[in-house]
Design a protein around this ligand. Structure first.
Ligand code: PLP
Length: 386
């Protein structure tokens, strides 16, 4: 995986023969080398050199124009380049937002379950994390309202479409109520919309980016899942009042706007329509993998797990019907050379032991089928896991 010798280049690291259903990275076979090569050549063929210079703090203007055009088409919303701040991806955007909008000890709200690596970023900033439950329609806004009687959070972090890990998508009605609540109670909504464009079946509701005029919403997007995570490029869509403090922070004052060179090559992919075509291919292939994993789960794990099928994103979120600790199951699964992420990783309060997350993004359908079969063997072993 990491080349021919021990020098490492990529984050994923699994042993030979392992079918890792834990990994939520894009499939290696879907990383578009040709597209990146052509886009880079197009940029390097011009005499336009500003992208080799320290960049304008909110991000390269040409790139922001091209990105606004792309989002207008894909979000079906009016989007202005003035609403866009260029980031180094969602993780970096979260870190920057914490730096600028919080101080250690502040309270923030997250979903239960939530994206586990965001919890790591919040911990780095010394934040007090309180969770709010979700159901099949995403964040339970009534419970949020209850919590807000006692709490004054700096922000709420939510993954509104095809959530990692649950696959749940926040309903259109709840989106409106959530935004109304943020205005009434005066907290920010940090919406991680990284999977919004990866919808394979039913149409997703309009992104939370549709509500930025409320002045409380920051919508985070990324090229990691729709192009390549190695580019480390994303954006924050919000009103200028909310992105300006980010552009004025010390890091950007010293280092300039983020990733001007990468922005230039992605701009080519946006302007030529190459990214549109690639996105179509991703939707078809990931949709096929989703179906393959669903068929495998229904065939192999029927009566042992229950779940709500996702219609986008990368993940299935399973509940062990007979209870039991998915951490213990993981030990057995690894002996059978498969893997997943145990539910407790996604809990801010040490719960969800009877849950597990399977990813269908990385492996092709036949490998997913075999991974789920190995999981079935691990679950069927005696004595049953407790
Ligand atoms: C919900 C969510 N947010 C953010 C990320 C990371 O995004 P980026 O690569 O843009 O930092 C991931 C990657 O798995 C994710 O699932």
């Amino acid at each position: 995986m990491n080349g021919t010798n021990s020098i490492r280049t990529i984050q994923a690291d699994f042993s030979p023969g392992m079918i890792d259903l834990a990994i939520g990275h894009p499939s290696p076979s879907l990383l578009p080398l040709q597209l990146v090569r052509r886009s880079t050549e197009q940029q390097l063929a011009t005499d336009f050199t500003p992208y080799l210079q320290y960049g304008y703090e909110p991000g390269d203007g040409h790139f922001r124009v091209a990105l606004a055009e792309f989002l207008r088409r894909h979000y079906c919303l009016p989007v202005s380049e003035e609403e866009l701040f260029v980031s180094g991806g969602v993780s970096q955007a979260l870190d920057l937002l914490c730096t600028v909008y919080t101080k250690p000890g502040d309270t923030i709200l997250v979903e239960e379950p939530t994206y586990f690596l965001a919890l790591r970023i919040f911990a780095d900033h010394g934040l007090r994390v309180i969770s709010v439950p979700i159901d099949e329609q995403g964040l339970v806004v009534e419970t949020l309202e209850e919590r807000l009687k006692e709490l004054r959070p700096a922000f709420l972090y939510t993954v509104p479409a095809h959530q990692n890990p649950s696959g749940a998508t926040l309903s259109a009605d709840r989106r409106r109520r959530l935004v109304d609540l943020s205005r009434d109670k005066g907290f920010l909504i940090v919406a991680d919309e990284v999977y919004h464009l990866l919808t394979y079946e039913a149409q997703a509701p309009a992104p939370l980016a549709a509500f930025i005029s409320a002045d409380t919403v920051l919508s985070l997007g990324s090229f990691s899942k729709i192009l390549a995570p190695g580019l480390r490029l994303g954006w924050i869509q919000t009103c200028p009042r909310l992105w300006r403090p980010l552009a004025e922070c010390g890091m950007l004052d010293s280092g300039g706007g983020l990733n001007p060179f990468t922005s230039a090559l992605v701009r080519s992919a946006l302007e030529t329509g190459a990214l549109d075509a690639h996105l179509g291919q991703l939707r078809r292939e990931y949709g096929r993998r989703l179906q393959a994993m669903k068929t495998a789960i229904d065939g192999e794990l029927s009566g042992k797990v229950e779940y709500s099928p996702p219609n986008g994103g990368f993940f299935f979120w399973l509940r062990l019907i007979d209870g039991g600790d998915s951490g213990a199951l993981l030990t057995r699964a690894k002996e059978k050379k498969t893997s997943f992420v145990p539910g407790s990783a996604f809990s801010a309060v040490g719960q969800l032991q009877d849950r597990l997350r399977l990813s269908f993004s990385y492996h092709p359908p036949e490998v997913l089928q075999e991974g789920v079969r190995r999981l079935q063997e691990s679950l069927s072993e005696n004595p049953p896991i407790l």
